[in-house]
Design a protein. Structure first.
Length: 443
């Protein structure tokens, strides 16, 4: 069995330095992975329907494009199972390097996929395969990046904040991907659908190189090292966590309904809806989403910190309740097609999401015993992709096609919020408490 280099007993000053390095490495690596993942969603909403399904009407083409987008979410639980196994067997660090390579190479090759005009339906098939590879990579990323940060936290009252920083990588990735699309949209102009959209995908290979360099320089977490020292490594962690903690896996997936489904409506479906249906400026919507991502830079870590003070569950329940109401406010503003109101709606849209997303990492990860934590938290987190994130743009598009109203989508968001409120209420809360087998559970 491979063993990462680390130390058993670390002086406080060095421990603090390693904590900072782990948080930075996790956050930057996660930002790069989400840059890759979000590029696809933006491109799917703007050009993939036209390029890979040109013989369909615009609405059907958009649905088919989001269908290939959904494949990435199918891959995420698969990635969680594969990389969760190795994360609990050989360590967090080595597994995170593998997930970054998987995601980065999948994204890079998307830049070179021929369109329907060149090779017919094979273009869409290749695109779907690469999207699946993306999904497998990001499926293993989340659990490892969260644990790499959280398992270096010595104090129990800082885990919410520390674990929220990898979550911070999501708005970073969203900002980077949206900015890249906006820049090359402006540079390429009318040629955006021909070659402009491909450049951000090709440039991802540079970010992967940066991410690998950073991650190779960090140590394994003391929590995993203690498991190695005490020979507590499970032979089949995925099987064990499904057998021993099925409730936590299911609740982890369900509590994400009001966070993940609206997020992809607000960041992917919004392009098809505002640009395609409301005929608003593509660059204007891209700018609004970028500002929303910047707001998340602050709201995610603040929510994580607040959860250390008032509790994970309480913070999460507040966010889920706000999301259930905000969907109606959001579409009331967006449906006006008044630029100022649409801009405000988009900028505010991620705040209810962030109030949940900040404490979510610690809430889920703390629920699993450390020797099964990578597998259990990853699987629960990524299963939500099949019921929330993946179907959300498709369901939103179908609801609008059937009812021609954003309020139908708002009702869908409210229903997701109800599921999350119930599931969160049933989830264990370890805020400020020791975690079984934690390296610092004795104090």
């Amino acid at each position: 069995m491979a063993m990462a280099t680390t130390v058993g007993s670390i002086p406080e000053a060095e421990h603090s330095a390693q904590l900072r390095k782990a948080v930075i490495a996790s956050t930057i690596g996660t930002a790069i992975e989400w840059y890759d993942f979000f590029l696809y969603g933006t491109a799917a909403g703007l050009v993939f329907g036209k390029l890979y399904f040109p013989h369909e009407d615009p609405l059907s083409a958009t649905l088919l494009a989001f269908g290939t987008y959904f494949i990435g979410f199918v891959g995420r639980p698969i990635g969680a199972a594969i990389f969760g196994h190795y994360g609990d067997r050989i360590g967090r660090k080595a597994t995170l390097i593998a997930t970054l390579l998987c995601m980065g190479l999948g994204t890079f090759f998307i830049a070179f996929v021929p369109t329907y005009a060149s090779i017919g339906i094979w273009g869409a098939i290749i695109l779907t395969v690469l999207r699946a590879i993306q999904g497998i990579g990001v499926g293993g990323e989340w659990g490892g990046s969260v644990l790499m940060s959280m398992e270096w936290a010595r104090r129990h009252d800082e885990r919410g904040l520390v674990a929220s920083w990898p979550q911070f990588g999501v708005p970073c990735g969203l900002l980077l991907s949206t900015a890249a699309i906006a820049i090359f949209s402006a540079v390429s102009g009318d040629q955006f659908a021909v070659w402009g959209w491909r450049i951000p995908f090709a440039l991802s290979i540079i970010l992967v190189g940066i991410g690998l360099w950073i991650r190779l320089g960090i140590l394994e977490t003391p929590v995993f090292q203690k498991l190695l020292d005490q020979n507590k490594i499970e032979k089949a962690p995925i099987v064990e966590v499904i057998r021993k903690q099925p409730k936590e896996i299911i609740l982890s997936a369900l509590l994400r309904m009001s966070e993940q489904a609206p997020f992809y409506i607000f960041t992917a479906f919004v392009f098809a809806y505002t640009v395609g249906t409301l005929k608003m400026s593509r660059d204007f919507i891209l700018a609004a989403v970028m500002v929303a991502a910047v707001v998340s830079f602050f709201t995610i870590p603040i929510a994580g910190h607040v959860s250390d003070r008032i509790g994970r569950k309480k913070t999460y329940l507040i966010g889920a309740a706000l999301m259930g109401v905000f969907g109606f406010v959001y579409f009331a503003m967006v449906d006006t097609a008044v630029p100022a109101l649409v801009f405000i709606a988009i900028v505010l849209s991620l705040i209810p999401h962030d109030i949940q997303y900040g404490p979510q990492a610690a809430l889920i990860a703390e629920a699993f015993t450390p020797r099964l934590r990578y597998s259990g938290s990853s699987l629960g987190y990524q299963l939500a992709s099949l019921i929330a994130g993946g179907p959300a743009p498709i369901i939103a598009t179908a609801l609008f096609a059937a009812y021609h109203s954003g309020y139908a989508v708002a009702i869908y968001i409210a229903a997701c919020a109800v599921v999350s409120l119930i599931s969160t209420a049933m989830m264990p809360d370890f805020t400020g408490k020791s975690i079984a087998d934690d390296a610092y559970s004795a104090g």
